[in-house]
Ligand binder design. Structure first.
Ligand code: CO
Length: 203
């Protein structure tokens, strides 16, 4: 990848990609430049192994994305709320997907005793999820299994957080078509698992 300050490889990668896209569809970029009409807002983990478009096979323009450590939706996080507001009120997405992933480093770190510095404040949101489900989680002695289950429960709790935003509540109050889903991705086999958590105006 060249010397340490050189990112020419990045531009080479980009050029090769753009050429390939243009080859299969010469109008691709011209069409996309006019507008975006994604039906899906994806809230996922910042982990480099969980890129929304690639793991769903969706091209640019098909998914609006927000990612942070451990796919957490916090009611005081203006960044995340602004994304949700734009997606719901302007783009009028029909689905909001919270996507966690097994083996999430953020989730695993929340279970550790040791200090990680500033990020511990963020991970506290996941520790709150643990407290809500302590009865079930305390009974799991296998560490990887515990992390996996907390990854799932974290997704479930974040779907509730999405539903409880003023943005989603107001959308449902005006009968806007909008569903909230919880899914988990396996880094080991590339497959998305539907946690069958669904929220809509009446659920
Ligand atoms: Co993660």
């Amino acid at each position: 990848m060249g010397n340490s300050t050189d990112i020419s490889w990045l531009f080479e990668q980009n050029k090769a990609w753009a050429d390939k896209v243009k080859q299969s569809d010469p109008d691709f970029f011209a069409n996309l430049a006019d507008q975006q009409t994604p039906e899906l807002l994806w809230i996922g983990c910042a982990d480099s192994r969980v890129p929304a478009n690639q793991i769903t096979g969706l091209p640019p323009g098909e998914v609006f994305v927000h990612r942070n450590i451990a796919n957490v939706v916090v009611h005081s996080d203006l960044n995340c709320l602004s994304v949700i507001q734009y997606a719901v009120e302007v783009l009028k997405v029909k689905h909001i997907v919270i996507c966690g992933h097994y083996g999430c480093g953020g989730v695993a770190a929340s279970l550790e005793e040791q200090s990680h510095g500033l990020i511990d404040n963020w991970l506290e949101h996941i520790r709150n999820v643990y407290r809500l489900h302590a009865q079930e989680l305390d009974a799991i002695s296998d560490k990887p299994e515990l992390v996996s289950r907390l990854c799932e429960l974290n997704v479930v709790e974040q779907t509730h957080n999405v539903c409880n935003t003023t943005i989603v509540k107001e959308a449902w109050a005006r009968d806007q078509e909008l569903a909230v889903h919880g899914i988990v991705y396996s880094i080991q086999n590339g497959i998305l698992k539907d946690l069958l958590v669904r929220h809509g105006p009446s659920t």
